[in-house]
Ligand binder design. Structure first.
Ligand SMILES: [Zn+2]
Length: 78
């Protein structure tokens, strides 16, 4: 089955998360082989996802979450 770009983008986050139906995945792979636009956008989308994942791991300096919880506790008590 031939799919168009919109079809790819409907499934793209599941595709990146490896959470897509194998048949859909095969269709997307086939589309990506022939569509420069989608493969370029997929590359940058992947980079964004990786950056977001990195931020989630590294955004909190040591002790930050303790201070944050202390702050939240104060807010709740006041
Ligand atoms: Zn495309």
């Amino acid at each position: 089955m031939r799919i168009d770009c919109n079809h790819v983008w409907e499934h793209i986050s599941a595709y990146i998360d490896n959470d897509v139906d194998p048949a859909v995945r095969a269709d997307i792979d086939r589309h990506l082989e022939t569509c420069e636009i989608c493969s370029a956008v997929l590359d940058s989308t992947r980079n964004v996802v990786i950056l977001m994942a990195d931020n989630r791991v590294f955004e909190l300096p040591a002790g930050f979450s303790d201070r944050l919880h202390a702050h939240i506790d104060r807010e709740i008590q006041s």
